[in-house]
Design a protein around this ligand. Structure first.
Ligand code: S3P
Length: 171
């Protein structure tokens, strides 16, 4: 099982990175994050890439990253940017786990976190919460349909999320 990658998808701020870090602590997997890969490829923060080159350019980097992941990554938990699920080859990269929560809970979670300002600031698509809600509504069905496994993280219990994921993977 551990040669196959696990890909975490879901809306911005749902906790993909946090869950990925918790999963690697409890396994032999390695953690990789697609936004981190893109930032190191460009030597720029995501926010800066959006500001200087626009969203379509960022999406082209996501595509490049997805092709690279398919060829080069094994045995890893891959946390992804909220729009990465649209990559055509995503199913070839690994098993897809969708971390599901409501828009309200996600925003509440971000706002209650100790570094709330930073979390909001680094995400250009969360600048306008009304627009963000529209994106959320457009995407929920798509997240569900691309996922192999759906894990509800609304109550935000990290331990429970990790054990639910390992249970689902062993079934
Ligand atoms: C995006 C989500 C972000 C980042 C970029 C675009 C999206 O990642 O990839 O700002 O389209 O949902 P997080 O999901 O980690 O916030």
């Amino acid at each position: 099982m551990e040669n196959e990658n696990i890909i975490l998808i879901g809306f911005m701020g749902v906790g993909k990175g946090t869950v990925a870090r918790a999963l690697v602590k409890n396994s032999d997997y390695f953690a990789v994050d697609t936004d981190d890969l893109i930032e190191s490829l460009e030597n720029k923060k995501i926010k800066k890439i959006f500001e200087e080159s626009g969203e379509p350019y960022f999406r082209s980097l996501e595509k490049k990253c997805a092709l690279w992941c398919e060829k080069n990554i094994t045995g890893s938990i891959i946390s992804t940017g909220g729009g990465f699920y649209k990559q055509e080859n995503i199913k070839k990269i690994g098993k897809i786990i969708y971390l599901q929560s409501t828009f309200e809970k996600i925003i509440e979670g971000i706002k209650n976190s100790p570094n709330a300002k930073k979390k909001l600031k680094k995400r250009p698509l969360l600048n306008d919460l009304e627009e963000a809600k529209k994106i959320y509504n457009q995407r929920i069905k798509e997240y569900e349909s691309v996922a192999d496994i759906i894990i509800n993280v609304e109550d935000w219990d990290e331990k429970k999320a990790v054990s639910n994921i390992f249970d689902a993977l062993s079934n």
